[in-house]
Structures are given as C-alpha cells and as structure tokens.
Design a protein around this ligand. Structure first.
Ligand code: ATP
Ligand code: MN
Length: 465
C-alpha cells in the first residue's frame, strides 16, 4: 500500500466527498455479512461512532478476510460512498486492505459486547477499546484542555509544584514515603529509627497530597496561579469517590477573599460543564443512554442555576431538623459525610451548594480564622451524586495567628518555616481551592465509580496496570 495521509473516522463521517479515495486505519469492532459481501465496523478512537467498511468478498484473498475478526487492526483504502443503511450516512467500499494485527477470537477478551464495568477493570490494558472508555477518555481529555484554557484566558499562570515533597505536614491525608534506601537494609540511628540523613534527599520525603502550599508561594509573586498535577493519598478508603493517585487542580489567588473564591469556583465549574456540552456531545449522548438517563438534564441544570451558599452551621441545622436517618449522626462539629452533603444538595436545596465557615477543628491549619474563635473561612462545593467536588478556603495571612495554630497542632516548625515566611514578607489576603479532577469527570460523564474515569486507577491492592 503506497503512502498516503490517514483520514480520521471523525472527519470521514462528516465528509460528503463521495467517490474520493480515502485511507482509514483502525480496530474492527464487529464483522458480519454473507458469502458475497462483508461488513466491517471500524473504530479508530477519533470519535465514538464506527465507520462501516464494505468488502466485496470476490475481490479479496479468502485467507486475509478470515483473519480479520473483532479486535484486529487493519488499514483500508477505499471509496467514500453515501450509505443506504439506517445507521450511517457514509461508508467506505474497500479496494485494498492491510492487516496489521490479528486478535484471536478464542482469547481476545473483548470478543463480545456487554461486559460489566467490574470485569473491564480487570482488563484495564484493553478497556480503552470499548465505547464506554473511549467516551470517558475523550471527555477527560476535553476537560483537561478546557481547564488550561479557562485559566489561561483569565490571566492565571500554570505553576508546576513538586510531586516529591519534603514536608509531611500538608494535613490532607496519609502519605506514601519516597525513599532510595534499601528496605531490607535501612540505615538506622543509634536509637534504632530509620536514618533519613543517609537517604537520597538527606531527609524523609513523601509523595505530595496537594500542591497548595507551594502554590501559595507562586501566588505571592505571580498573583494568579493554578496547579494541575497528580496527588497521592495512602488512605485505605475503598469508596467510589476515592483514589490513591488522583489529579487535582488548585488555583491560588492573591487578593481574593472568600466571596471571590466562591465566585471563581462557581464560574469555573459552569465553564467546564458548558465546554463539555459544546464539545463532547456524541460521547455524552452515548454515556447518558447507557448509564444515566438524566445526565444531560443534570449538566444543564447546574449551568442554569445559582449555587446555594450557606454556612456549615446553617447546613447542620437543616440536617438536624431533616428527620432523616443518617448512617453517621450529625451535630455541630462533625465532619460532614457524603450522605449529609448529598442530602443538602439532592433533597433539600436540589442545587449545588457551597458551604462555608466550618469548625476550625475539622479543617486544615492554614485556613483563615474567623472572629468567633470557632470557625474558619473554608468553602466546600457540594454536587449532586458526588458530594464534595471542591474544597477550598481563604488562607490565614496573619503571621502570628498562623504560627500559633501550627504550634497548637504540633506541626514541627522546621517543616513549615518557608511557608511561614510568606506571611513574614509581604503577606497579603489570598484564597484558593482544590478541584478533584476525577470527581469532575465523574460528574460530567455520569459514571458511578471513580475507578472508571481514570485510565489506570490506583486503589488499595490495585496497581497491576
Ligand atoms: P473527602 O472528604 O471527599 O475525602 P477531602 O476533604 O479529603 O475529600 P481535599 O483535601 O479538600 O479533600 O481535596 C480537594 C479535592 O480533591 C476534594 O474536594 C475532592 O474533589 C478531591 N479529592 C480528595 N481526596 C480524593 C481522593 N482520594 N480521590 C479523588 N479525589 C479526591
Ligand atoms: Mn475537603
């Protein structure tokens, strides 16, 4: 086959250049037909839809056609023809076929349709070839792009914060240690503890749980920054909303107070949902049909309505008066569980909710302390079906208050001196938040389990692929 440019199926399906020759490459999804003609349904990942390739059996080597089965990879040169079929408007009539790779029908795991999502998790190396994961992964890409576009268009700078961190005081969860020491031969101090001074970095290091603290350093110079990178939490939480490795978007804004922080979070989320509706419709329609009939309606609803804003204290009052039996009882001071968050969003307000001013005991040390001495200027954005999608706050900019809080919580100052210096030198009011990327993709796709919106999920006891 002579060299020519490959046409993507996405473009071919929109083309009206009937009669012209095209080269298309992809994976066979299905094969059917009779002894005169074979119909191949071909997918190349560019769009959820398949291209129908019509093969006149007489014109091809019988042995070649026999080897083309579901899952095999081929290149086809053929003529674009207006289709008589119901399913598609165009098809390709093959003149020449090259077989790149066979897929033995006896052993190819995706031979049949209709596998469960649980089974597909066990074949994460092949599941991108299904309609569902193709749709999810294209949407995931579109959201990543839209995030960068939103921030770039609004004057934010993308700041790369480290993945290996020397501080274990970020306070957002259990951490994975990073070491170059041999685990079965760890150098020890006279007291018998691991001697990290002999480790690669000369100190104990971990995988980051958040880029925020370093993000704040950037905001104190560039004004508006955001991070977008992987974060790691070694919590053993086996829920449909937690991963051990997930991606987080963390904008940090000098001179923003909590009100502007909330406005940004709401505008940002609405932008991303709008972007998905404008750019991902074939995939959204497929997911809606297969998994979640109310998906499109829910997405539009969130764009069209203001988020409800209230304090944690008001939220707890509503929950206490609800008469609802929760698995975890609720009272002022408790950390809200997903069931409480979803009650407020789905039953009570029937809209996204931003809860603010949480008890300081259940929130991180860096949040700005309110005058009541009991609460901090936190804000969590709560979404239908998800619960918490964003956690953020206005930050404590007062050096003495922050230092005192760090002391109260027993966080070693030797780990925090550089962070405290932002409050010592040219401190400023500032705010930020963290959006869990997979929670966003969960919401946009309507999928139910976070393991199904990242290509290779990392969860307890699972790092095969
Ligand atoms: P949760 O209470 O749901 O466990 P969190 O309060 O520990 O979350 P934050 O530290 O506020 O989470 O992180 C900011 C955002 O990151 C959350 O709002 C959520 O969207 C996302 N996130 C947090 N933990 C995880 C996780 N283990 N897997 C996926 N996303 C997460
Ligand atoms: Mn949170």
């Amino acid at each position: 086959m002579e060299y020519r440019e490959r046409h993507k199926i996405k473009d071919i399906l929109d083309s009206t250049a009937y009669g012209s020759e095209m080269l298309v490459k992809g994976w066979v999804r299905t094969k059917r037909g009779n002894k005169n003609v074979t119909f191949l349904s071909l997918n190349d990942g560019s769009i959820i839809h398949n291209l129908q390739v019509v093969v006149d059996v007489a014109g091809f080597d019988e042995n070649l056609l026999k080897q083309i089965t579901t899952g095999s990879c081929i290149a086809v040169v053929g003529k674009l023809v207006e289709s008589k079929g119901q399913e598609q408007t165009v098809e390709i009539h093959a003149n020449d076929i090259t077989l790149y790779g066979t897929a033995d029908p006896e052993t190819y795991p995706l031979q049949k349709k209709g596998h469960t999502l649980e089974f597909l998790r066990e074949i994460a190396h092949l599941r991108p070839r299904t309609n569902t994961f193709g749709a999810v992964l294209r949407i995931r890409h579109a959201m990543a792009y839209a995030i960068h576009k939103y921030f770039n268009d609004n004057g934010f700078f993308y700041l790369h914060t480290p993945i290996i961190t020397g501080s274990d005081a970020e306070g957002a969860g259990a951490m994975f240690h990073v070491t170059a020491m041999e685990l079965d031969n760890i150098p020890r101090t006279p007291e018998g503890e691991a001697d990290y001074s002999q480790d690669f970095f000369g100190k104990a290091t971990n995988l980051t749980v958040s880029g925020q603290l370093e993000g704040e350093l950037g905001a104190m110079a560039l004004g508006l920054i955001y991070t977008f990178g992987p974060t790691f939490r070694a919590e053993n939480s086996n829920t449909p909303r937690h991963l051990a490795e997930f991606w987080m978007i963390e904008p940090e804004m000098a001179f923003y107070e909590i009100k502007e922080n909330m406005d940004l979070a709401e505008d940002f989320l609405k932008y991303l949902i709008t972007y998905a509706l404008e750019h991902c419709m074939p995939d959204l329609e497929f997911l809606s049909k297969m998994y979640d009939k109310e998906l499109l309606e829910r997405l539009r609803f969130v764009i069209e309505n203001d988020f409800v804003r209230l304090t944690y204290t008001e939220g707890v009052e509503i929950l206490e008066k609800s008469g609802q039996k929760f698995e975890f009882p609720v009272s002022w001071g408790v950390d809200l569980q997903s069931e409480h968050e979803r009650y407020l969003v789905e039953q009570h307000f029937k809209r996204p909710v931003i809860l603010t001013d949480y008890p300081r005991e259940i929130k991180a040390f860096y949040m700005k302390q309110n005058a009541d001495g009991k609460t901090v200027r936190a804000m969590d954005v709560l979404f239908p079906k998800i619960g918490e999608i964003i956690g953020g706050s206005q930050r404590e900019e007062d050096y003495t208050k922050l230092k005192t809080r760090i002391g109260e919580l027993g966080i070693p100052e030797k780990d925090m001196w550089w962070y405290l210096e932002t409050r010592k030198f040219g401190t400023a009011p500032h705010s930020g938040f963290g959006l869990g990327f997979e929670r966003l993709v969960l919401f946009i796709t309507g999928m139910a389990n976070i393991r199904d919106v990242i290509p290779f999920p990392r969860t307890p006891k699972n790092a095969e692929f």
